[in-house]
Write a protein that binds this ligand. Structure first.
Ligand SMILES: [Fe+2]
Length: 633
């Protein structure tokens, strides 16, 4: 069963047709009903759920507006309170097929609870972006919300709508605007906030504060914010994150040990001179890589008629290589420049060493766009009744050249290509090589192999062809063999044949060569017309019984898919709809290869962002932690 929970005071408007905003239209529209109780609803399973999933849970978050923007009011893809959608694979009896239960919960963060009671508490990104057009109006709104939030003593603006992590025996719902929200598994109930130091009692004595008082004060007044994409070192268990803000210092960097103790706490990145929006970063065993994409936040943009947050194609993208245990009073950050590009998500990062074990280069793989993907920025209503800000009709009709040739200027600026960035410590040069001709995002790897130089596969969600004013959607999964490309790159570099026509630092294989490798090694599955999905999460198989090591792609890909034929005029035809969780064998991706199992969820799961696989052991650890805490109180 599901219903609107008794604590939800806000009610959705009755709609005759879909919302006019592209990111509230169709399956982007929020759902208001949640499953009742902690058990969720049993789902029909077609095929056989792999044994590696027994007793574990797949959870995905995404924006699900509590206060849906009225027609004509700016809204952004990234706006909306977080809602978690989970499929729990019951432990059951080992000799019986695995059963699946679906549950969904709004992340009941502080800001959510107060907004539910007293109305909206913060400015949406849609309104911030629209600031160039209706500057004074937005400024007034901003002050009104600031006042309101201050009156209702809102301390944490984190709404958990972006991504998930498991750390300190808890599932954390993350959003780069605030603190992580702690969630129980598998019930998905919000159990509090978590910003590490509050566990001091459990984790032992607090580290002696040896900094001077001023620095201590600065640190204490630093807003408690954590990126939505922290990195957990698979070897040390360390939790590494940054946070950005609008005033100097524009970024802070932290490392928390596996046991919850601070190692590096809120160190300011002083050499960052402008406020930037940085969504993701990467780590290697000795370094962290921050990405200064030229996506600047400034009220000065208004004068140029640009949104408050704007991509500047004339500024370079800067990559900062930070020692893992950074101390801002001693250590230096090595900055590398590259031609302007935008990166949402990174896939992997590693170090290249010489014979003496000295690091000579740091490498990063990430999805690169020539600019901030413009159709993500459909936020503002236009005079003609549509929502502008995206790619123009003219740009849609243009013929673009194939990536990999180095002629960046003629490539689709809104496509995202898997790319290698190599930062050479000796020459201080950034080398760029395109690794895939397919436009894809949400790069996923076998996370047990994170930071390994020989990591071979990256799984991505293919970006569907679009049309003006329509939201970005994902229509398939792609598996890229990056080692095949890197091997060929090395051969070409040794023989001096790699193209460099894209400008300084571009070491491209050439479109033809890249295409040839892809045809030999690439694996792709496009869902078919009307069917869209998102991030496909890799879950490794259980250890083999014969003790042999698992291969990198021994595992499955999990992805929610939705058939849009259940929509009419952008509105769900019936209240109860079906979303399926498709489970693919990651070893074998192909157009004609069906998923090994489909979990039929008798509900609509709106399109969202990132997911996480919570293991059986992690679910137990969470139960134990909550029990300990309940006993304590
Ligand atoms: Fe993300």
């Amino acid at each position: 069963m599901s219903a609107i929970a008794p604590d939800i005071k806000v009610r959705p408007k009755d709609r005759k047709e879909g919302h006019p905003h592209p990111y509230l239209h169709g399956n982007f529209y929020p759902v208001f009903e949640e499953t009742i109780g902690d058990e969720g609803i049993e789902c029909e399973v077609i095929g056989k759920i792999p044994e590696s999933l027994r007793g574990s849970q797949y959870v995905r978050t995404g924006p699900n507006s509590l206060h849906v923007a009225d027609d004509g009011v700016p809204h952004h893809f990234f706006d909306g309170e977080g809602m978690l959608h989970g499929v729990y694979f019951e432990p059951g009896n080992e000799d019986e097929p695995i059963r699946a239960r679906y549950m969904n919960r709004w992340v009941r963060s502080e800001i959510f609870k107060k907004a539910n009671k007293y109305g909206r508490m913060n400015l949406t990104l849609g309104l911030v972006m629209a600031g160039a057009d209706i500057f004074w109006g937005v400024l007034l709104w901003h002050f009104w919300y600031r006042l309101k939030a201050a009156f209702f003593k809102v301390k944490n603006f984190g709404n958990g709508n972006t991504a998930l992590a498991f750390f300190g025996s808890r599932l954390l719902a993350l959003n780069e605007g605030g603190k992580p929200i702690e969630t129980s598994v598998p019930s998905l109930n919000t159990t509090g906030e978590y910003f590490f130091e509050e566990e001091e009692e459990e984790y032992g004595e607090k580290k002696e504060e040896d900094k001077n008082t001023l620095e201590k004060k600065i640190k204490e007044s630093t807003p408690e914010v954590c990126t939505a994409h922290p990195k957990i070192d698979p070897k040390t268990g360390e939790f590494i994150f940054f946070s950005y803000r609008f005033t100097y210092p524009f970024m802070y960097y932290s490392v928390v040990a596996a046991d919850g103790k601070h190692i590096v706490w809120q160190e300011p990145i002083k050499s960052l001179k402008k406020s930037i929006m940085m969504h993701d970063f990467a780590i290697t065993p000795s370094y962290s890589i921050i990405m200064g994409v030229p996506l600047f936040i400034s009220t000065k943009h208004k004068k140029e008629g640009k949104p408050v947050i704007s991509f500047d194609p004339k500024s370079p993208t800067r990559f900062g290589i930070i020692p893992r245990y950074y101390d801002s009073t001693k250590d230096e950050i090595i900055w590398f420049n590259s031609r302007a590009c935008h990166i949402f998500h990174t896939a992997n990062a590693w170090e290249e060493k010489d014979e003496d074990g000295k690091v000579i280069a740091v490498c990063l793989t990430a999805c690169r766009s020539e600019r901030f993907i413009s159709d993500i920025n459909l936020w503002q209503p236009t005079n003609t009744g549509g929502y502008g800000g995206g790619k123009t009709q003219k740009e849609y009709e243009r013929e673009y050249s194939a990536p990999g040739s180095g002629s960046y200027a003629t490539q689709d600026p809104d496509a995202a290509y898997m790319t290698l960035f190599r930062f050479d410590f000796k020459t201080r040069e950034t080398q760029i090589t395109t690794l895939s001709t397919a436009s894809s995002e949400f790069p996923i790897i076998n996370f047990n192999r994170y930071m390994q130089p020989d990591l071979r596969y990256v799984f991505g969600a293919t970006i569907a062809p679009s049309s003006p004013g329509v939201a970005v959607k994902f229509n398939g999964i792609i598996k890229t063999d990056i080692q095949a490309v890197l091997k060929r790159r090395q051969e070409l570099l040794s023989s001096g044949l790699a193209e460099n026509e894209g400008g300084e630092g571009c070491w491209e294989l050439g479109a033809k060569e890249l295409k040839r490798i892809e045809e030999q090694t690439g694996q792709i599955h496009i869902f078919g017309p009307h069917i869209y999905a998102g991030e496909a999460l890799f879950v490794p198989n259980s250890p083999r019984e014969d003790g042999k090591e698992l291969e990198e792609d021994d595992g499955h890909l999990l992805v929610y898919v939705y058939d849009e034929r259940q929509m009419e005029n952008g509105l769900a035809k019936a209240n109860k709809q079906v979303t399926e969780l498709w489970i693919f064998d990651a070893k074998n991706i192909g157009q004609d290869i069906e998923p090994v199992a489909k979990v039929r969820i008798p509900r609509r799961v709106p399109y969202g962002f990132h997911g996480l696989h919570v293991t059986r052991e992690q679910i137990q650890a969470n139960k134990d932690m909550l029990e300990r805490r309940n006993r304590h109180h």
